[in-house]
Design a protein around this ligand. Sequence first.
Ligand code: NAP
Length: 253
Amino acid sequence: MLETLRLDGRVAVVTGASRGLGRAMALALAEAGGDLALAGRSKPDLEETAHRVERLGRRALVVPTDVRILAEVEALMGRAVTGLGRLDILVNNSGVAHVGPFAEGPPEEWSRMLETNLTGVLNGCRAAAPHFLAAKRGKVINVASMLAAVGLPHYAVYSATKGGIVAFTRTLAVEWARHNIQVNAIAPGWFVTDMNAHAFANEKLRERLLRDIPLRRTGREEEIGPLAVYLASPASDFMTGQTIYLDGGHSAA
Ligand SMILES: NC(=O)c1ccc[n+]([C@@H]2O[C@H](COP(=O)([O-])OP(=O)(O)OC[C@H]3O[C@@H](n4cnc5c(N)ncnc54)[C@H](OP(=O)(O)O)[C@@H]3O)[C@@H](O)[C@H]2O)c1
């Protein structure tokens, strides 16, 4: 039964693979047998992820990409297919957060979040579409956030981008079901990464944030990998359109 979780011979594109949750998911997909095309803007960090993938015995391709630009994302999918031979899995993980009172937030930051978090996901799906539609199969994993379902002050625009991802995931899944392409989302709760390390370094704020999590702790990076492997593998062929909250119970409380 566990064989259905293997990804041998499959090729995955992971955006935001240069660090944090994207790197963790890329390494998990490699451990399950997949080859990886790694995207993000920071080439040295992508190269570090690539070395780790190769140490697991899998192939890795570093493709510096800005997910806000459709032409770059289309080139990324092309590089994955020419360099690794095929395209089976897309993990749209790149994201940014600007935290602060909505009434004071600079509109340039709204654009940066909307373009990276939401347009980035649309660009990924659009660019992968010709490959998945031709193959009559594909797996899309969009990374949303627990904040799509929970209101937290100072995250209004970020939450809007993530709510958009949840709605987009649901509808695209229905649209692409007849092509045998499964589209799901992971909505992480708090994982301490570069994105929020400053908040968790503040003892008072850390305590305040942990109070809202029934399991009373943040997620560990290695805890997102198995879910990504499941959603990327044939084990999840009957699941589509879903957003899975990996958040220590935060959104359930
Ligand atoms: N950590 C959490 O608690 C948490 C909770 C819920 C959801 N999430 C979501 O999880 C995802 C990963 O976040 P993380 O916590 O791992 O944060 P992170 O460590 O800051 O990583 C963010 C990633 O996104 C990439 N990225 C940012 N802008 C990009 C762009 N324009 N083009 C391509 N790549 C871009 C970054 O790579 P470069 O800088 O090299 O481009 C980096 O690899 C995000 O979508 C985030 O919203 C995180």
